[in-house]
Design a protein around this ligand. Sequence first.
Ligand code: PEP
Length: 252
Amino acid sequence: MIKTKIVIGNWKMNPLTPKEAEKLFSGVAKLVSKIKKIEVVACPPALYIDKLKKISRKISLGAQNMFWEESGAYTGEISGEMLYNLGVKYVILGHSERRALGETNLEVNKKVRAALGVGLIPIFCLGEKERDENHEYLNFIKKQIEEGLVSISKDSISKIIIAYEPVWAISSTLNRKNATPDDSREMIVFIRKILSDKFGKNALDVRIIYGGSVSSKDALGFLQEGGADGLLVGKNSLDAKKFVEIINICEA
Ligand code: PEP
């Protein structure tokens, strides 16, 4: 199976107004009109999605979270089915910023299963908070994968995108450090091995992407030496020009 490379923008809780959201989305849409080989995704705050989907079909839309139940008395939550009915294709799940608020592997797993159940593509985020000399962080990652993918079938695994995001490299982390393509490659090989042990050859079809302060300066390194099947971009997806520079690198 040929894996289409993917560049995903995670807008987080930005921007502040629908007008700014439209401006950013239109700016990217205008600049990506010639993109053919890769897929571009924007994950804005959910309340902007309905407006943005009318601007361009060139950019797929993703949400930043969802709840595992379909509907009911769950104040403040949005279900996967609601997102799907709105035209959303992807959903970021298990992002480190949600895990920092208390989201557990078990909850992430419920969300991954619910997302697949309604036809959404989960962008399953995982990553260690720090690296230690004894390589304990590898066990941490293994646990995130194993617990996050409980009851996922061999047939479903290739539908999931795994985003490896070392928390220590994410732009919002205090005293963050730069991750290198070697860091990414080492972990992507490790993640693929765990997936292969669990899902056999279907694991080869899973897109494993890298995220953590990606810019136009290091995007190529993460895609080539880093072995990533795509990129998850936070801060630099809030600037149309910077985001499109990264998209163009991936397309080329
Ligand atoms: C993220 O948090 O998903 C992310 C990739 O952020 P940044 O690019 O800003 O580090």
